[in-house]
Design a protein around this ligand. Structure first.
Ligand code: NAP
Length: 261
């Protein structure tokens, strides 16, 4: 009987992380789930084990804290990881000058530094097997700097650039990498007010469900999409932004952004 592969997912109890966990388990992977809240992680592991009779290991880590990431990497030693999904993250709604600098630094850790550290820890075993999949969840915001999310957009732009370079380094060595750039997706990421505000703009439904995002990502991996933008509207936004003169772009984004200056 074929040995089940294993996927490591951070942000596993979140909307997109959970959708990835379900998609991988349906593809007969065992799960190593990582998140910051132990209670939620255990509850989710139990539910998936019951539903799918799969193997689930849980690892609690705060990816904003260097010591916690170091500890996670130690715990991962000796575990075969065939696929890695970095889905941990959260939003920002604060002018940079007003933001606690520690909060800014924490976000850089969660979205960028911990992703680099974890990929660096997992990559050698994948390279040895000449096989492995890595998906880092970035954002459409990587292409749309905006007031109130200066650090968020920058961390996601970092991920895109890092993953594209990584692809050029390891793509010929059996490793498939992807920077997944969702737009608005119904998950715990958004507060009710934001969901209402972006409900429809000019009659367009800007929202996707986490399952749809994950399906696009996994298909994108098969199709060799290194930067994967799920959904027609998100793709259209990504292609339209560079065509807008920059000064007009700044005015437009400022107008659409609900931030108290
Ligand atoms: N939803 C969207 O519209 C959207 C759009 C573009 C990109 N994204 C990206 O998609 C990824 C997944 O987000 P989501 O939409 O699934 O949101 P979500 O439902 O809030 O899930 C995010 C998960 O990350 C975990 N997390 C947050 N801080 C962490 C930390 N310091 N250490 C470890 N885990 C931490 C959260 O745990 P707690 O809940 O316990 O804090 C949560 O389980 C994020 O990287 C986000 O930037 C989301």
């Amino acid at each position: 009987m074929a040995v089940r592969k294993t996927v490591l997912i951070t942000g596993a109890t979140g909307g997109i992380g959970t959708a990835f966990a379900r998609a991988y388990v349906r593809n007969r992977y065992n799960l190593v789930l990582c998140d910051v809240n132990e209670e939620r992680l255990q509850a989710m592991a139990q539910q998936l084990q019951q539903e799918y009779k799969c193997n689930v290991k849980v690892l609690v880590a705060n990816l904003a804290a260097t010591a916690s990431v170091d500890d996670l990497i130690v715990q991962l030693q000796g575990i075969r990881i065939d696929a890695f999904v970095a889905a941990a993250g959260y939003g920002e709604k604060m002018l940079f000058a007003k933001e606690d600098i520690q909060a800014s630094v924490s976000m850089i850790h969660v979205h960028s530094i911990s992703v680099v550290q974890l990929i660096h820890a997992i990559l050698p075993q994948m390279l040895k097997r000449r096989k492995g999949d890595i998906i880092a969840v970035s954002s459409l915001a990587a292409f749309i700097p905006a007031p109130g999310s200066s650090i968020y957009s920058a961390t996601k732009a970092f991920v895109n650039s890092f993953i594209e370079s990584l692809h050029m380094e390891v793509g010929q060595k059996g490793i498939r990498v992807q920077s997944l750039c969702p737009g608005l997706t119904h998950t715990g990421f958004h507060k009710e007010a934001d969901i209402k505000r972006f409900d429809k703009i000019k009659g367009l439904n800007l929202w996707m469900e986490a399952d749809e995002v994950v399906a696009a990502s996994l298909q994108g991996l098969e199709d060799g999409h290194i930067v994967c933008i799920p959904g027609f509207i998100n793709k259209s936004i990504k292609h339209t932004v560079p065509a807008i003169p920059r000064q007009s772009f700044y005015k437009l984004v400022a107008k659409l952004t609900d931030i108290d200056r």
